[in-house]
Design a protein around this ligand. Structure first.
Ligand SMILES: [Zn+2]
Length: 409
């Protein structure tokens, strides 16, 4: 059996990290910048070395193809843009493992019955213009119209940046693909959490991606003097917000096994030591792979907000931000990954992803599965982000065998 070694992948990862490397050992590589262009050139060079045909769509997605130009392909991929001072694995790992799979087949002279694709999605992180998952949204036809008018810190719009990089923001529709072009999509990504580490497992098989609901709650009370106002005469907006944050924690723990709720932001005004808070704004992020449990938790939290406001005699405004449905990945592919891992003697854990990925959008086009690679200490989006060579090698070999079965079976 052909074995992929970490060496090939590690060398590519380090080469990509040279573009945008930070003094802390991380990487800052925003989309459609010089660093991004150089990293993309390198990926295209590697694709061509494996006799892949390469095309770039109007959204800047790179699509390398190995084997026949006709018929649906088994696609793999991820992204190579980063967050500011992020890690070198988030995104590039999926791209370099996919390239290593093709490289191995190319070395062995294997021409797959079903062609392979390696897709590098553009602007996954959304670090420059906000948003995120840009390339896969365009490819699946779900990009929000306002996205390309968003500007970066220098006032350059996404449309301008796309144009400057040789793409055509007026004709993004051309990048939309038809389900008939793809047979499956497989993405390897770092886990970005502690689940694999705490289970002492190197590789995860992702069966679903949790969708987040985001909303804000603003409590309004009265900004009175902290010394002169007796405890019985206060309308303290901050205490309402604190109670609401604790309620969200409690509700999430009573909801489904996979429900999570987070209050990550709180803004208090006037924000002075000696003034009772007149206003408090808090954010909610509630996620689950199970839509029913998530909706139950959202409803419970909103009911609790009303009750807290009533009890404390506070005003309450709820501001809806976004709601992304959770997605189930393809159960046949999950099963195929599980049985193949068992054949290879690779220990895996079937799990859900709490973070969004391009793979989520690709479910609109084709059957999708993701593989996660253990993140040391659960860290990501920082220079300390790290995955172990042995885990990377296991994920690569699992992907290789699964892709062999899908493309030659
Ligand atoms: Zn990523």
């Amino acid at each position: 059996m052909a074995r992929l070694s970490y060496q090939v992948i590690g060398t590519m990862l380090q080469a990509l990290a040279d573009y945008g490397r930070t003094p802390e050992g991380g990487v800052t590589r925003y989309s459609f910048t010089d660093e991004d262009a150089k990293a993309r050139e390198l990926v295209i060079k590697w694709m061509k070395q494996c006799d892949m045909s390469v095309r770039i769509d109007q959204a800047g997605n790179i699509i390398g193809r190995y084997g026949s130009e006709d018929g649906p392909a088994v696609a793999m991929g991820s992204h190579i843009d980063s967050v500011p001072n992020g890690g070198i694995f988030d995104g590039p790992l999926g791209v370099t493992i996919a390239l290593a799979v093709v490289k191995k087949m190319h070395e062995l002279g294997i021409k797959p019955k079903i062609p392979l694709e390696v897709i590098v999605f553009s602007d996954e992180e959304g670090a420059r213009f906000g948003g995120g998952l840009f390339g896969s949204k365009v490819m699946t036809g779900i990009l929000e119209e306002q996205t390309i008018s968003r500007t970066d810190a220098n006032g350059i719009s996404a449309a301008q940046a796309l144009r400057a990089s040789g793409h055509d923001p007026e004709n993004l529709d051309q990048a939309k693909r038809d389900p008939s072009e793809l047979k499956a999509y497989l993405e390897v990504h770092i886990e970005q959490a502690h689940v694999l580490e705490s289970n002492e497992t190197g590789v995860g098989i992702v069966k679903g991606i949790a969708g987040p609901v985001h909303f804000l709650a603003e409590f309004s009370g009265r900004a009175d003097h902290a010394g002169a106002t007796p405890m019985t005469m206060r309308k303290d907006a901050l205490l309402g917000a604190c109670e609401a944050a604790l309620a969200a924690e409690e509700i999430a723990s009573r909801a489904g096994d996979t429900t999570v709720a987070t209050v990550g932001k709180m803004e208090v005004s006037p924000g002075a030591t000696n003034v009772i808070a007149g206003k408090a704004l808090i954010s909610f992020d509630i996620r689950d792979i199970n839509l029913t449990d998530r909706e139950w938790a959202v409803m419970e939290v909103k009911q609790e907000l009303q009750e807290i406001a009533k009890k404390r005699d506070l005003g309450l405004d709820i501001i809806e931000l976004s709601s992304v449905p959770p997605v189930q990945l393809n159960s046949n592919l999950v099963h195929l990954c599980e049985t193949t891992a068992a054949e290879l003697g690779i220990k895996t854990l079937t799990m859900i992803s709490g973070a969004a990925h391009d793979a989520m959008n690709m479910t609109l086009l084709t059957d999708v599965v993701m593989l996660f690679v253990r993140s040391k200490d659960g860290l990501s989006h920082c220079p300390e982000e790290y995955s172990y060579p042995d885990d990377i090698e296991d994920a690569a070999n699992l992907l290789y065998e699964v892709v062999m079965k899908l493309s030659n079976g």
